[in-house]
Design a binder for this molecule. Structure first.
Ligand code: MG
Ligand code: ZN
Length: 234
């Protein structure tokens, strides 16, 4: 339950984690064919769900190799402090990701954050050994994404709280239109600017940590067009 009237939806890959987990796995363990799927997705011929389930079926690695790989994935160094701050202020955080649930839970667990709620695609071992299967429990009708973040945003809104989205890329674009405010990184900055979505640019959770109290006391939302704080790139 939110004590402040706000709920946070937070992307994982590129936002909490420094690199994209699926991309890093494909680079190392992908059998031929995953690049073509990536190409088709970038060209808009297939949705992210079709792209990723195809790519995951091309992975060739054991559970031990997967765990060893995930043990080396870095997260934003200020994310644990941000979670502690949000919790201290009574703001619930929900990780909404078009990535892999197993990877997210492993990586967050390493930082003592395994209890954060996560909505993501489900990664499961397949047959034969070394093969993997992706399913998408948070997909929505008419949406090509694995995890439909717009549906997650609508759901948060229906809960009666205002919603802050923290994200960095294409998987966050549709949700950004449906939330009350965005802390935007990378490509999401330009999307919010062009679409007139209330946002501030951030470079990471150190910025988010500083901005959160201003969001909660209303001073950020009233001034969505303020110049970038904290020396972030405009
Ligand atoms: Mg991302
Ligand atoms: Zn969607």
């Amino acid at each position: 339950m939110s004590l402040t009237g706000w709920t946070i939806l937070c992307d994982f890959d590129g936002t909490i984690s420094v690199e994209d987990v699926i991309d890093s796995l494909l680079d190392r363990y992908g059998r031929p064919g995953w690049e073509q799927l990536e190409h088709d997705w970038r060209a808009g011929r297939i949705g992210s769900r079709a792209c990723m389930s195809g790519q995951v079926s091309l992975l060739d690695l054991s559970r031990d190799e997967l765990d060893a790989h995930l043990a080396e994935v870095w997260i934003d160094h200020a994310f644990p402090a941000f979670v502690a701050k949000a919790r201290g202020l009574g703001v619930p955080i929900h990780v909404v990701s078009d990535g892999l649930d197993y990877a997210i839970q492993r990586i967050l667990g390493r930082h003592g954050l395994g209890d954060l709620p996560v909505s993501a695609n489900h990664l499961a071992p397949a047959v034969p050994p070394q093969r993997w299967l992706l399913t998408s429990p948070f997909q929505a009708p008419g949406c090509g994404s694995g995890t439909c973040k717009c549906a997650c945003a609508e759901q948060a809104r229906a809960g009666g709280t205002r919603t802050l989205l923290i994200g960095d890329g294409a998987s966050d674009f549709c949700a950004a239109d449906r939330v009350d405010f965005v802390f935007a990184k990378h490509r999401l900055i330009e999307h919010c600017r062009a679409a007139g979505i209330p946002y501030v640019p951030i470079t990471g959770f150190e910025d988010a940590l500083e901005l959160l109290p201003a969001l909660l006391d209303g001073s950020l939302v009233g001034h969505p067009t303020l110049p970038a704080p904290l020396g972030s790139p405009a």
